[in-house]
Design a binder for this molecule. Structure first.
Ligand code: G1P
Length: 289
């Protein structure tokens, strides 16, 4: 069955970015000049997923406003004849059909995904985590969808990370393979460095079989007292194929302050309008530090 729906968990409190996230969602933090969440929605749409469910919570109204029409602003730009800005305002609301569900109690990523069960129904679906941005020139999600359609079951995005960083992620045990597609034999959420089965980290892209909902309904709280998506997928391995696609492209982590700053600089440096003057300035300024 074709993958048509995407779920974007966006209920997190974003405490790593306080005070910026006190009154506005972390997903709205600009990466250059676009909120982080818009990159994620655009990625889903590029992969052919135009039915998107966002799992939100309290204080997330700006997300809904961002993907809705802004009638007064549009009228005022129209009256001024400012076509460029008008297009920028209209773009997010024209991207996809976006639905919203609230998570209620914040009981973890697995619980957030479970709130999507009714909307998703009995078909495979994608999950995109907003803290991980995948460069628009890379095609990770498309590749994962193709693997799911060929092999069935579920597919998880993996990336090699330095061994000492694996405890920040879900880690995968895999059967060795030459290519980028591996068979996953085990998953563990944020293991201690010495317990990690490999340095292959789960990055926030999944294409999941709907069976995951049945498992999530009975998954007990795991690491950090939260219902972990990693634990549920790990259980799927007993009954269904679970593959990993090892990503070797450009990923930007916007969930951490330093990595967020790097993402802004890297993406701005690649832009035609901002890149050349930014790089000129950096070259001049860095030697003075
Ligand atoms: C979540 C997942 C983890 C995964 C990570 C990717 O953790 O639980 O398995 O490696 O996203 O970004 P979080 O970063 O939300 O704590």
């Amino acid at each position: 069955m074709a993958v048509k729906k995407a779920v974007i968990p966006a209920a997190g409190l974003g405490t790593r970015f306080l005070p910026a996230t006190k009154a506005s969602p972390k997903e709205m933090l600009p990466v250059v000049d676009k909120p982080a969440i818009q990159y994620v929605v655009e990625e889903a749409v590029r992969a052919g997923l135009e039915d998107i469910l966002m799992v939100t919570g309290r204080n997330k109204r700006p997300l809904e406003d961002h993907f809705d029409r802004a009638v007064e602003l549009e009228q005022s730009l129209e009256a001024k004849g400012d076509e460029n800005k008008l297009a920028l305002v209209q773009e997010p609301s024209d991207l996809a059909t976006i639905h919203y569900v609230r998570q209620g109690d914040p009981r973890g990523l697995g619980h957030a995904v479970l709130t999507a069960a009714d909307h998703v129904g009995q078909q495979p679906f994608a999950v995109l985590l907003g803290d991980d941005l995948i460069d628009f020139r890379d095609t990770l999600l498309e590749q994962m969808i193709a693997v799911q359609e060929r092999e069935g079951g579920s597919v998880v995005a993996l990336m090699e990370v330095p061994a000492d960083q694996i405890s920040l992620y879900g880690a995968a045990a895999v059967e060795s393979s030459d290519g980028d597609v591996v068979r996953i034999t085990g998953l563990v959420e944020k293991p201690a460095v010495e317990d990690a089965p490999s340095n292959l980290a789960i990055i926030g892209r999944y294409v999941l079989s709907p069976t995951v909902f049945d498992v999530l309904r009975r998954t007990p709280p795991g690491r950090g007292g939260e219902i972990q998506l990693t634990d549920a997928i790990s259980e799927l391995i007993d009954t269904e194929p679970v593959h990993g696609v090892v990503f070797r492209g450009r990923r930007y982590d916007t969930g951490d302050r330093l990595d967020y700053l790097k993402a802004v600089v890297r993406l701005a440096a690649d832009r035609e309008d901002l890149g050349p003057p930014l790089l000129d300035w950096l070259r001049e300024w860095l030697p003075t530090r």
